[in-house]
Design a protein around this ligand. Structure first.
Ligand SMILES: Nc1ncnc2c1ncn2[C@@H]1O[C@H](COP(=O)(O)OP(=O)(O)OP(=O)(O)O)[C@@H](O)[C@H]1O
Ligand SMILES: [Mg+2]
Length: 246
């Protein structure tokens, strides 16, 4: 179980202090698929990075399976079974796709068949990619899919995907959503997926709307999804209702 308790993240900017996350609290139960959504700049990625330990909160606490991990770094959190796929994945010159998958799987070696299984889940063919370096020669969508494959290879207890749909073609995206569905159905991991995508939002047990550095609303897909859809026709009722109540 993941517990976020009163997470605040404040940065100093040229315009003074800015609160990026404001007192965010949430509990995410094991094996749930939770989607973080909300407007650009709302704080979703920052919150994901706080969970992974890439960003340290100014105040608040993060508990993972009852253990306080607030002071732990990325490597320690990875060892405890948390993984995060960047919105914009980094590239690694000199490292091949095969090397990355082996590293992610935490094994001495990985057969071509095993690599193929992970790459197929993101719509890539092992024959074409295993020996390629994860450098600038790969397209944005290819790098994104390779990173998602490395997260799948890790088999973490908590997988966080930051806009997995970004830059991915429709066919690979369909394959990917099937993979998320399968992981969820088999109760393999808890998943937090940051997404603006209808297809992914519909897979969720719960949707958390993050806006203005706060959790503005949280509920089932049935409760929240119609409100998000309504947002495409005008202002978002979820957001405006909360704004109105202030
Ligand atoms: N270190 C920082 N210094 C200044 N501003 C920051 C910093 N980190 C994040 N921000 C700001 O905080 C806000 C939240 O950023 P974040 O990347 O978490 O948004 P997001 O919800 O993931 O948006 P998107 O949907 O565009 O990915 C943005 O306005 C961003 O510019
Ligand atoms: Mg983001």
């Amino acid at each position: 179980m993941l517990e976020l308790k009163n997470i605040c993240y404040r940065v100093s900017t040229a315009d003074g202090e800015q609160d990026i996350l404001k007192n965010v609290s949430a509990v995410i139960d094991d094996h749930k698929l939770v989607v973080f959504t909300g407007p650009n700049g709302g704080g979703k990625t920052t919150l994901a990075k706080v969970i992974m330990g890439l960003v340290h909160p100014t105040s608040g606490q993060i508990l993972w399976n009852g253990q306080d991990i607030t002071g732990l770094g990325i490597t320690e959190r990875a060892k405890l079974g948390i993984s995060y796929g960047f919105q914009q994945p980094p590239r690694f010159k000199g490292i091949t796709v095969h090397d990355l998958l082996v590293l992610a799987a935490g094994q001495d070696k990985l057969s071509k068949d095993q690599c193929c299984q992970y790459l197929t889940k993101v719509g890539l063919c092992a024959n074409d990619y295993l020996d390629r370096e994860v450098d600038v020669s790969l397209s944005g969508g290819e790098v994104k899919r390779i990173e998602i494959a490395t997260i799948l290879a890790r088999h973490s207890d908590l997988m966080i995907f930051d806009e997995p749909e970004a830059g991915i073609d429709l066919w690979s995206f369909a394959r990917l959503t099937e993979t998320f569905e399968q992981i969820h159905r088999q109760h393999q991991s808890t998943m937090i997926i940051i997404s603006h995508q209808e297809r992914i939002i519909q897979l969720a047990d719960e949707i958390i709307v993050v806006a203005g550095g706060e959790i503005r609303h949280r509920g089932s897909t049935e409760e929240i999804f119609p409100l998000i859809l309504a947002d495409t026709l005008g202002s978002c009722p979820v957001l405006t209702k909360e704004e109105h109540n202030r």
